[in-house]
Design a binder for this molecule. Structure first.
Ligand code: PLP
Length: 302
């Protein structure tokens, strides 16, 4: 992959064709080599596997067009820096994404997942790979909306400043907590979660950013509160601004969520899912506006 980054793999799990490589034998165009996804491509000793010590990005690919690719690679580099991983080279990863996309017939919606770990313990050499998969069908979530429960995140909104070693705001591979929260939502009969800080501020979903429409302004929680800067939220703000809406980053509370004209959980792949119920209480969704936002997201060419 990269001279300082060692082994890298590009896996296309939809085809059965894949590639694995080190820097000496990496494909000269993409920097990645295709390996068979059914073949073992990651060592059982890799710290990404044994400790979740690594980072990832999930990038939507609409009709063969990776969306917000630079924003995702920017966040990838930010996460790597937060974990003291060697800086991933954006041009190499970009070529890897296009190589994975080009290796498959074009579908309406797919996603590319980029994974970058601390590598095999003791080697000091990171491991990286990319795979491409067809996206699940999110039509129901996008059109009929989702129910959410508010769950305590157990951290104050100052966590990033007071305790940066907790890595809040990095997109790490350690998503066991995010998945556990999603299961708690299911146990409570809901589709998804909004985390609330111990000092009472809205944070984010386990895999999504919260966006509210308050008095004709699109508002999202401030990233300083220990949440991931969302690429989908950033695109929505650009779309909103072009259409004459205000945009703002604020410290928001559950009361703001309840009084919002509209509320969404937004993320790559799912896009904007309107929130139709909070802790069992119904709230209205704006189907027309949601459709316009999702059409704007799907039309992104950068
Ligand atoms: N917050 C968390 C914790 C996430 O895992 C994600 C995406 O997976 C997001 C927010 C939304 O980020 P993006 O819109 O860039 O996909």
């Amino acid at each position: 992959l990269e001279s300082d980054a060692g082994r890298s793999t590009s896996v296309n799990s939809t085809t059965g064709k894949s590639t694995s490589a080190n820097s000496a034998s990496a494909d000269s165009v993409s920097g990645f080599i295709a390996v068979d996804p059914d073949s073992p491509v990651v060592s059982a000793l890799d710290l990404g596997v044994t400790r979740g010590d690594g980072i990832f990005e999930t990038i939507t690919v609409v009709n063969g067009m990776p969306q917000a690719l630079d924003a995702h690679l920017h966040r990838f580099a930010r996460s790597a820096a937060m974990l003291d991983l060697p800086a991933p080279q954006p041009e190499t990863w970009k070529k890897g994404v296009f190589a994975a996309v080009d290796s498959r017939p074009t579908v309406d919606e797919a996603f590319a997942k980029l994974v970058y770990t601390r590598g095999i313990e003791g080697s000091g050499i990171p491991t990286g790979w990319i795979y491409l998969q067809q996206s699940p069908d999110f039509t129901t979530e996008r059109t009929e909306g989702i129910s959410v429960v508010l769950l305590d995140r157990g951290y104050a909104s100052s966590v990033q400043r007071t305790s940066p070693w907790l890595l809040q705001g990095a997109k790490t591979l350690s998503y066991a907590i995010n998945k556990a929260a999603a299961r708690e939502a299911q146990r409570r009969g809901a589709d998804d979660v909004i985390f609330v800080s111990s000092d009472g501020y809205l944070l984010e979903g386990p895999t999504a950013t919260i966006v509210l429409k308050l008095d004709d302004t699109f508002v999202t929680p401030r990233t300083e509160s220990g949440i991931l800067p969302g690429t989908t939220q950033q695109s929505i703000f650009e779309i909103a601004a072009v259409n004459g809406y205000g945009t703002a980053y604020e410290m928001l509370t559950p009361a703001d969520l309840r009084r919002a004209e509209s509320a969404w959980l937004v993320s790559s792949v799912r896009n904007a899912a309107p929130i139709r119920e909070i802790d069992g209480e119904a709230r209205p969704i704006d189907a027309g506006l949601t459709e316009a936002i999702n059409a704007g997201l799907a039309a992104r060419t950068i």
